[in-house]
Write a protein that binds this ligand. Sequence first.
Ligand SMILES: [Fe+2]
Ligand SMILES: [Fe+2]
Length: 352
Amino acid sequence: MLMASREGASKLVSSMMLVSRSFSTATARGILAKEAVPAKAVGFNGDVVRRNIGEFWVRGSVFGLRHGSTASYSGKDQQQEEVKHSQPVAEGGDKAEEKNAIVSYWGVPPSRVTKEDGTEWKWNCFRPWETYSADLSINLTKHHAPVTFLDKMAYWTVKSLRWPTDLFFQRRYGCRAMMLETVAAVPGMVGGMLLHCKSLRRFEHSGGWIKALLEEAENERMHLMTFMEVANPKWYERALVITVQGVFFNAYFLGYLISPKFAHRMVGYLEEEAIHSYTEFLKELDKGNIKNVPAPAIAIDYWRLPPNSTLRDVVEVVRADEAHHRDVNHFASDIHYQGRELKEAPAPIGYH
Ligand SMILES: [Fe+2]
Ligand SMILES: [Fe+2]
């Protein structure tokens, strides 16, 4: 690994052109801040932009990455940088390689991105290229008829879970939605994780199913992040989430190991129930029993909603997401029913 020394920013930039992994830009800033070497407009693609002594970014089109500075990089960090030591570790030919030992690491600053209107992107949990417009035209009433014993078992397992859920939440649909999303975000992660391990064990591709299932998990988690903005869970509800997660994660993990066919079918039915719950949520909003408050900012950005959107618009797009998850999971189960593995059928990546 080639390391930058304190010979100035020009050597730093030329080093960046050579190495395949860029090192801490904090280190770079420390050098610039201390020595105040004028930065030249060169870089991977001739594009080093320096704004001031404490903030610049290098855009590297070669790797498709943008390493930017952070406002959180403080004077304290710079002081910590100064205690780093440079020590030669090897000598080869005429040049000695140096290794920088640092006592504090802040080496991967977030990239700076902006919205289409030029304003700063405020979300770190998702980026503009991960946002989408929900397909509201999806069939919401589609239902997989349980025919086999396994399907019926999956169907009635989900149906039986609805009864205590109805009893606990009754018509508090905001809270109900939020709590159910804490469960709904588990299967995709568990399934994706198990397929990931399988891919490693067997030295084989997953057909995109790891990504598709992790996308589902992330999408469900974004539902939760959205409903968090409009509902406040009470202490006993938080306790319930912890308990349910402990049980459900392990149960689904084991279930997926034993029968992914059953596991995906059950999630398919769970999604059908979610569609029903969100339809009831919309009815309550239309009746005026739930206040149709403005949509949370995170939802507007995530689903590319108009700025004046409301909670009703959010529930509609979330419901459309659930319908997509329903299709993905019933499809996955059907692949297994045909005696095939998921990798044999291309995964519906980016199916929203
Ligand atoms: Fe969801
Ligand atoms: Fe879902």
